[in-house]
Write a protein that binds this ligand. Structure first.
Ligand SMILES: [Zn+2]
Length: 87
């Protein structure tokens, strides 16, 4: 495994991760996990409405960038279609 320098998807700070790992620093790992559960619950409770990343960010009052990070990290594959406004 080689290491690479990436930008943390949550806080934007530079961090070193193993190649192929998700781009999140150790400080944000816990926050990412909690955020994932919150978004997952929100999506489940709003299955019929096609929420975009912006909708989710506004409803949870969370930085839109963090929601995008979760989607880009491969979470919410099933909901991805509804999350991306322009797909
Ligand atoms: Zn971070």
């Amino acid at each position: 495994m080689s290491l690479e320098l990436v930008k943390c998807g949550m806080c934007g700070k530079a961090t070193v991760v193993e190649q192929g790992e998700r781009c999140v620093c150790s400080v944000c790992l816990e926050e990412e996990r909690i955020l994932y559960v919150r978004v997952r619950t929100l999506l489940r409770d709003n299955e019929e409405s096609r929420l975009t990343i912006k909708d989710v960010a506004e409803m949870l009052e969370i930085d839109e960038r963090k929601i995008t990070h979760l989607v880009d990290s491969g979470y919410f594959k099933l909901a991805l279609h509804g999350l991306r406004p322009n797909d």
